[in-house]
Write a protein that binds this ligand. Structure first.
Ligand SMILES: N[C@@H](CCC(=O)N[C@@H](CS)C(=O)NCC(=O)O)C(=O)O
Length: 180
């Protein structure tokens, strides 16, 4: 059975009554950059939510019943299921307007932010995954491959991360504490 974990936010961080009354549950893989992006988004907006870990493989039938497809992350907002990290972020922006914004206010900068997000989703994220696999599986000659891989990866990230962190999001799996 999937292990459930609850994220606890300080009441002072919760921005308005709507946030308090909404029931949010993230169905996630713990080790996935798409899932991490949504965890960061929820952290940034200080939205209290529960995280349910799924095991890759058996996850498919659970997620398919909710969304008609098999990819995580999926966010349940009350009785609605939203999948795709980009759509989840757009939805959070639409609903939780009083919480800190995830996207810049003007259209042009917003589009640029979405473009950067796509770059991380489809270029930087998969490159990081390959580096991790090379480093985990490699020995001897492959250790040099891992070094080269990280150098190439750094070039992909250069100049694009400054705006992201600013100390406002959790690291790793966010501010998660064990719970039921
Ligand atoms: N475009 C999607 C991609 C999500 C994705 O690729 N999720 C992977 C984990 S990294 C997944 O759940 N794969 C399992 C599957 O496809 O059944 C998003 O941004 O959420």
């Amino acid at each position: 059975m999937a292990r459930q974990q609850r994220v606890v936010s300080e009441p002072s961080q919760l921005h308005h009554a709507r946030i308090m009354s909404d029931d949010l549950e993230l169905f996630q893989f713990r080790y996935s950059h798409f899932n991490e992006k949504v965890r960061w988004a929820l952290d940034h907006k200080a939205l209290s939510h529960r995280r349910t870990d799924l095991l890759p493989g058996p996850h498919a039938s659970t997620i398919k019943k909710m969304t008609g497809q098999t990819q995580t992350p999926v966010l349940r907002i009350n009785d609605q299921y939203v999948h795709d990290s980009a759509w989840i972020i757009e939805r959070l922006e639409l609903i939780f307007t009083a919480a800190p914004s995830l996207l810049p206010p003007d259209d042009q900068t917003r589009d640029r932010a979405r473009e950067i997000a796509r770059h991380f989703d489809f270029v930087v994220g998969p490159a990081a995954r390959i580096c991790a696999f090379v480093a985990m599986l490699g020995k001897g000659r492959d250790a040099r491959d891992a070094q080269e891989c990280f150098v190439a990866f750094q070039a992909l990230v250069a100049g694009r991360v400054e705006v992201l962190l600013e100390g406002r999001v959790g690291q790793g799996h966010g501010s998660m504490v064990a719970g039921g």
